[in-house]
Design a binder for this molecule. Structure first.
Ligand code: ATP
Ligand code: MG
Length: 231
């Protein structure tokens, strides 16, 4: 199945998941996010927030239930089709042996330099690329990363932005970013999510001023779910 362009709805229908048989990690998770809405997820460490994002990207198979994006069961899609429309941004950015260009486009030769520079400009990362002596030709190696935590997130945002995703998942770093990077990131996230549905995993409620709905997870269960203004 091929997903249409533009923001798509997200639906979890009684999803159960565990990494090992002994310990359930997500239990009876049912919720819905409308196209273009933003959902914020908060909860204590170990409550299952990142696990929820991982099963949504099919990095792990769920034990029971259904996850639908745009009304389509994600297990019925080919992975490249899923990844073309669903993007995730985490602090752990995977870098490959190759140019900065290849790392940002994931070797998609159809993306032009003009598009990359335009996107980095909008996301506030242009100055960083301009500071590299060889610009987009700068060589990055898969091993030692020369990116700070903030830069890594901006880098990952650029990479996801270039795919024009229908659904974006942002798993915030718990590490503290400086105020300048934080506001840069906030602006970039706003840009990125302006034409997609968003799921933002946050450690502080303060980061969730821009969301429509909030979910509180606890021990793998939904403790609260509702309009942000009602919580
Ligand atoms: P944090 O706020 O610290 O990022 P989280 O809410 O994202 O926490 P998860 O990473 O989803 O929490 O973890 C949920 C539970 O699953 C925890 O009990 C954790 O120990 C367990 N867990 C996470 N990853 C794995 C894994 N790869 N294998 C086995 N158990 C895991
Ligand atoms: Mg996490």
């Amino acid at each position: 199945d091929v997903l249409p362009e533009g923001a798509l709805e997200l639906e979890f229908d009684n999803v159960n998941f565990s990494y090992t048989e002994e310990k359930p990690v997500l239990q009876n998770i049912t919720f819905r996010v409308e196209p273009g809405e933003r959902l914020g997820i908060i909860g204590r460490t170990g409550s299952g927030k990142s696990s929820l994002s991982r099963v949504l990207l099919r990095l792990y198979n769920i034990d029971s239930g259904v996850i639908r994006v745009g009304g389509i069961d994600i297990t019925s899609m080919k992975l490249p089709a899923l990844y073309r429309r669903v993007g995730m941004v985490t602090q752990d950015v995977q870098l490959f042996d190759g140019s900065l260009r290849d790392n940002l486009t994931l070797f998609n030769g159809e993306v032009t330099d003009a598009e990359i520079l335009d996107t980095t400009e909008r996301l506030g990362l242009r100055h960083w690329i301009d500071a590299q002596p060889e610009g987009l030709d700068t060589h990055l190696s898969s091993g030692g990363s020369s990116l700070s935590a903030g830069e890594a997130q901006l880098f990952a945002l650029t990479r996801v932005f270039l795919t024009e995703p229908s659904l974006v998942i942002l798993d915030e770093p718990s590490s503290r970013l400086d105020a300048a990077t934080e506001s840069l990131l906030q602006g970039a996230v706003d840009q990125l999510m302006s034409c997609s549905t968003g799921v933002i995993i946050a450690h502080r409620l303060a980061t969730l001023e821009q969301v429509d709905k909030i979910m509180v997870l606890g021990n793998g269960r939904i403790l609260e779910f509702g309009e942000r203004t009602a919580l």
